[in-house]
Design a protein around this ligand. Structure first.
Ligand code: C5P
Length: 398
């Protein structure tokens, strides 16, 4: 619930601005008050009248409106909110924010504010993937700005890929998590999840049976406790949770790069089943059947992401949690793994086919810390996730 929460909503100029009208409705249904700011470009997509009618509030539009300044100066306007939300956050608005520009009301408010800021990017897929936008995104994350979405899918411009603005309810969930006084409010947690796909050629790959269910459940449980969650996911079978900053990857090398870009964070949970090897000789053309010969694949070792983060000297997350999926001598192997990797905790589980855990809905884990091994009863993956998230919240208190 968002009862009593004050949201300053900046609506940028993109086709997704129409979704912001629904967002205003949903936020108000959840008890929030919404003060809307419409950029000049935003007015091309939604009218000030519909924005102010839905918000039940005046819509602020101009930096040099003397009436507005007399009523509530722009500095004050930027600070009376509990959260500033920019939706849609266009490439242009993100660039202005990253560069610290203040040449209109929206950018001035964003530079002057001392309250938390959340952006909900929406743009054409090429603009999103452009090096400049990705650079700005990294700068904004480094500045402590929360990022929701964008989602993958068909875009109004006819292209397909990341760039669609998150749906209003996803944004409401992210806002609720960030405003909640949950025990992880203000904390950031990185979660890796799912398998990785290591290409053999453009059509074939090596993979594993991880569904991403446990990592997804952990991310959801952390969001529910108020954490800002960066969710780095390989190609999983399950849908990603809402309210996270989703980064999709395919390979271990991409996962490593995404993890590094997400740091610093307060805690990191490595639930992904990362392939240990990639094909060193991956072909950029489809391998053909040849008479009398079989392809010879040479492997290279993938970097151990968990090990790398655990061993960091500067900027290491305060709590690093790894997973150990074993088929034999689970506790012994996992205890040795904790020391070898240098992580703080290991969540160990038996993934022998007979357990039905890999790809299933239940899990039976043992939590290994420096205090020893603690076996948890077999329970649903959601329940394991909630118990683990609660333990993480406890550990972050001290
Ligand atoms: O060494 P092993 O693969 O059994 O270790 C499992 C743990 O290490 C998991 O937490 C997994 O996410 C992490 N890992 C990783 N990078 C790798 C291999 C494993 O982060 N290349």
């Amino acid at each position: 619930m968002l009862a009593g929460k004050r949201i300053l909503l900046i609506i940028g100029g993109g086709i997704a601005a129409f979704k912001s009208l629904d967002l205003i409705r949903r936020l108000r249904e959840h008890g929030a008050t919404v003060t809307p700011v419409l950029t000049r470009a935003g007015e091309e997509f939604v009218t000030p009248l519909s924005v102010s009618a839905l918000a039940g509030s005046k819509v602020y539009r101009d930096l040099f409106d003397l009436g507005d300044e007399a009523e509530m100066g722009h500095i004050q306007l930027s600070r009376v909110a509990d959260l500033v939300v920019v939706a849609p956050a266009t490439a242009d608005l993100m660039a202005k924010m990253a560069g610290g520009l203040a040449n209109d009301l929206a950018s001035t408010l964003l530079l002057a504010t001392d309250t938390p800021v959340m952006i909900v990017p929406a743009m054409n897929v090429r603009m999103w993937e452009h090096a400049a936008t990705q650079r700005n995104l990294e700068t904004l994350r480094g500045d402590g700005i929360a990022v929701v979405g964008p989602n993958d899918g068909d875009m109004a411009c006819g292209e397909h890929g990341p760039g669609r603005m998150s749906e209003p309810m996803e944004i409401v969930n992210a806002i609720t998590a960030s405003c909640s006084a949950g025990p992880l409010a203000g904390r950031s947690v990185l979660v890796t999840s799912g398998p990785t796909h290591e290409p053999i050629d453009p059509v074939r790959y090596i993979a594993n049976r991880s569904s991403g269910a446990q990592g997804t459940a952990i991310a959801r449980a952390l969001v529910a406790l108020g954490a800002r969650v960066v969710f780095v996911s390989g190609p999983a079978d399950v849908l990603p949770p809402s309210g996270v900053e989703l980064i999709r990857v395919q390979t271990a090398m991409q996962m490593k790069a995404a993890v590094e870009a997400a740091l610093p964070v307060d805690a990191a949970v490595f639930a992904a089943a990362v392939a240990d090897w990639r094909v060193a000789t991956a072909s950029d053309r489809k391998l053909k059947k040849t008479k009398g010969g079989l392809p010879v694949l040479e492997f290279a070792e993938n970097p151990d992401i968990l090990h790398g983060v655990s061993q960091m000297t500067a900027g290491r997350p305060a709590l690093v949690v790894g997973f150990a999926a074993e088929t034999d001598d689970v506790i012994e192997n996992a205890t040795a793994k904790r020391l070898r990797k240098g992580c703080d905790w290991i969540v160990a589980n038996d993934v022998s086919p007979a357990t039905g855990i890999m790809g299933g809905t239940e899990n039976a884990v043992t939590l290994i810390t420096d205090a020893g091994a603690e076996a948890w009863p077999r329970m649903g993956k959601d329940a394991v996730a909630q118990k683990l998230a609660a333990r993480i919240a406890d550990a972050m208190k001290v």
